[in-house]
Design a protein around this ligand. Structure first.
Ligand code: IPE
Ligand code: IPE
Ligand code: MG
Length: 254
């Protein structure tokens, strides 16, 4: 198998999204607490930024806390928020050194103040960096994102007549423009670690045509080889977006 570093750059996915799952199961297997699993998982996050950048990926989005994760035990939620708030300031110098920019997706207004403060500082300190975007998805839900876009669309008109006309002519492209994802490329490759084969409300809109890749490796045990394998698998696929293979290969009429 070729490594991702040997692949022509134009084939490499621009935006890789990762559902970082399996922290709890990994910890259980080691006889550790779930929180220790999250701690080890957070360390992989640091590595994956470097691996993705070295592979030529331009954006990596990381599912760190879903809108459904509020249903977890209070202690685990507090542990996750505290972990993020303590790890982020330690990661910022590394991100600056690696020229990585941090962006955030999700309704962070619902996070505890100390987590919001750490996020704000990380985003501010890295805002001019250009080598890779790290999109931290926190209190993120794909369904909520689409609902918010619909609300935003509805509230963007001065009067009911304009609104009714726009609604009658509403297209996916128009609604997408209200999602606030101007800085974000469509997801090319969506990876889920930890063995489950579901999307769990991540990037629902983009899941329409993202290439999906599932691995049994739990997130704390994820390696550079795992990422390279996923990218190589992606490169070997033919993305047809509804067309025929012949059209894609240019041997049939457009
Ligand atoms: C993913 O690992 C991290 C978060 C959802 C925050 P899990 O905590 O879901 O780990 P498992 O699925 O229980 O093993
Ligand atoms: C998805 O993992 C969310 C994150 C990785 C942050 P979950 O462990 O919450 O997903 P389900 O509940 O198994 O679908
Ligand atoms: Mg899980």
């Amino acid at each position: 198998m070729s490594s991702a570093e040997d692949l022509p750059l134009q084939c490499v996915p621009q935006h890789v999204a990762i559902i970082m799952d399996g922290n709890g199961r990994w910890a259980k297997a080691q006889g550790l607490s779930r929180l220790e699993g999250h701690k080890q998982g957070a360390k992989r996050l640091r590595d994956v930024i470097r691996w993705a950048r070295d592979a030529g990926v331009k954006q990596v989005s990381l599912y760190a806390f879903s809108t459904e994760n509020w249903k977890r035990p209070k202690l685990e939620i507090t542990g996750l928020m505290t972990l993020m708030a303590t790890m982020l300031p330690l990661e910022v110098p590394r991100m600056i050194k690696e020229n990585a920019r941090m962006l955030v997706l999700g309704d962070v207004s619902k996070l505890p103040w100390f987590a919001r403060r750490a996020l704000k500082k990380a985003v501010e300190a890295t805002k001019d960096n250009t080598s890779i975007d790290v999109i931290l998805c926190l209190n993120y839900g794909g369904q909520q994102e689409i609902v918010e876009a619909a609300k935003h669309f509805f509230e963007s008109f001065d009067n009911d007549k304009e609104r009714a006309l726009a609604f009658a002519n509403l297209t996916p492209e128009t609604l997408y423009a209200h999602m606030g994802r101007e800085a974000i490329f469509p997801v090319d490759l969506l990876i889920r670690t930890g063995g489950e084969k579901r999307i769990s409300n991540f990037h629902l809109w983009d899941a329409a045509y993202a290439e999906l890749y599932f691995t049994d490796t739990n997130w704390p045990a994820y390696t550079e080889e795992d990422l390279q394998e996923a990218i190589a698998d992606y490169v070997g696929r033919e993305r047809r977006f509804g067309k025929t293979s012949e059209q894609i290969q240019g041997v049939a009429d457009e």
